[in-house]
Design a protein around this ligand. Sequence first.
Ligand SMILES: Cc1cc2nc3c(=O)[nH]c(=O)nc-3n(C[C@H](O)[C@H](O)[C@H](O)COP(=O)(O)O)c2cc1C
Length: 194
Amino acid sequence: MDAVELLLTRYSALKLGEPAPSAQAVQAMLESAARAPDHGRLQPWRLILIEGEARLGFGEVLAEALSRRNPLANEQALAREREKALRAPLIIVVATRCDRSAKIPIIEQTISAGCAAHSIMLAASAQGLGAMWRTGEPAYDNAVKTALGIEPDDLIVGFIYVGTDIGGPVTRPERAPREFAQHWTADSAKPSGS
Ligand SMILES: Cc1cc2nc3c(=O)[nH]c(=O)nc-3n(C[C@H](O)[C@H](O)[C@H](O)COP(=O)(O)O)c2cc1C
């Protein structure tokens, strides 16, 4: 598929299943992340892959974190939380790994990590895989970060769920570039009426 066509047609897969991505497909996703725009070449991201049996352990981490956030969470809610880890054969956790001693602002390093996440999404689509970028409360939960070995100062940018798309595309409202893109001229910044 042509690159522009990929950009214009990509979508997030709401339902993912087996088969899991091949080792070769995963490698291409990781290498795509490595090509993310990166001011200062700091590589300010980190990827943690969770697949197979490890997802069960991650489900426990999610459930324990939920019961800490909400001690009143019932068994049903905890089971739903565990299930999140089984939404796809592979979860790629994208986190920042910011260098606070570097002169590159943290926001730029964080954006780089976001670009790495999007590159993974695109590389998944390009290879005929389904992927969905999620965050939710677990992404902001310190216990989850600790269990994944992420430094307290860093952020989880997203959980990228990857597998075989078993739901198909969902119709989304069209977004017209004119709603968010304008040409600038020296006159356009002047308040109206002046
Ligand atoms: C940083 C980030 C976090 C997101 N977190 C969630 C999430 O937790 N749950 C969710 O349903 N969608 C989440 N989304 C949105 C989906 O990934 C997706 O972009 C959205 O459903 C639109 O679908 P599309 O990508 O097919 O246009 C998130 C997107 C971003 C960029």
